[in-house]
Ligand binder design. Structure first.
Ligand code: SAM
Length: 305
């Protein structure tokens, strides 16, 4: 596969490099802002699950805060530095990371919390959805500690079977909850974004890090949200509908007549989790899948036990 083939297959990947964004995800946040004016009046924001940092780039350019720390970016992975962005490397589901973030906003709450977190997808839909929901709830828990009243929370969701349970939880804290699908998010993906505006926790609510918002011991019957308890939130597509379709391949010369020129990635990840696998592959030491048809009969017997 040539280095230009991804440019052809994924127009937003190509445009991200050409516009200096570290990842194509930048367009998702920009298109969400086009629809919901997320950055209006915002001076302090938290970017959870931020690496390689394109959302942090957008935030630091679009919001009005000054100096280091008006954007706090958190991720498991190390991220190349960005001006005005304070970085915390850690797991947002861990108490120690949550405390570090919260400490930063003590006495000076945030206007906006965003979370584009995605677990390593296993392909087992139920497991992936569950992991995604756990990330979102960890992010929501942090948001309840740092957001100012009226603040906004935007988080990636997988529109799976149990998504109404998540909407119900979000509606407890925000006056408006919508599900938004930016044009740059592939139609073929169940990914969407919960856009929660007007932070307004129930009277007497005290944020508590020791109690997850949704824990493992919840009554499974509670999951069957139907009848009056079923929450349906509006679904909004955003980004100009005539904008590039993220599921289509485009010729390398764009419609405006501009000639194609290869652009290298703006900022490759500095310590990606797949690095070890790449090194092993180069050395020919990556374990290969053993298929039964490739094995001598005696081994097949052993494998199938
Ligand atoms: N919004 C980012 C951007 O624009 O560059 C892209 C985010 S990427 C889709 C998802 C990120 O979630 C990955 O960098 C991954 O390391 C991070 N992540 C997944 N689980 C996490 C966790 N428990 N704590 C912190 N970060 C996590």
């Amino acid at each position: 596969m040539g280095r230009t083939s991804k440019d052809k297959r994924d127009v937003y990947y190509r445009l991200a490099k050409e516009n200096g964004w570290r990842a194509r995800s930048a367009f998702k946040l920009l298109q969400l802002d086009e629809e919901f004016h997320l950055f209006q009046g915002v001076t302090r924001a938290v970017d959870l699950c931020a690496a390689p940092g394109s959302w942090s780039q957008v935030l630091s350019q679009k919001i009005g805060g000054q100096g280091s720390g008006h954007v706090v970016a958190v991720d498991l992975q190390a991220m190349a530095p960005l001006p005005g962005v304070l970085q915390i490397q850690g797991d947002i589901t861990q108490l120690s990371t949550a405390k570090e973030i919260i400490q930063h906003f003590e006495g000076c709450p945030a206007d906006l919390v965003v979370c584009d977190g995605a677990p390593d997808v296993t392909g087992l839909h139920d497991v992936d959805e569950y992991m995604q929901a756990q990330l979102l709830l960890a992010a929501l828990n942090i948001a309840t500690h740092v957001l100012k009243p009226g603040g906004c929370f935007v988080a990636k969701i997988f529109r799976g079977r149990d998504v109404t349970l998540i909407y119900s939880q979000l509606r407890v804290f925000f006056s408006s909850v919508l599900c938004a699908k930016p044009r740059s998010s592939r139609n073929s993906s169940i990914e969407a974004f919960a856009v929660c505006q007007g932070y307004d926790p129930p009277e007497g609510f005290l944020p508590d890090l020791t109690k997850p918002l949704l824990d493992h011991s919840y009554d499974p019957d509670f999951n069957q949200l139907d009848g009056p308890t079923r929450i349906i939130v509006p679904f909004v597509t955003c980004g100009d509908l005539s904008a590039y379709d993220s599921d289509r391949s485009y010729p390398l010369d764009l419609e405006d007549g501009s000639e194609y020129k290869y652009t290298p990635p703006t900022q490759p990840p500095i310590s990606p989790p797949y690095q070890e696998a790449c090194t092993l592959k180069k050395k020919g030491r990556l374990a290969k899948e053993i298929r039964p048809q490739d094995c001598p009969i005696s081994t097949v017997d052993t494998l199938s036990q």
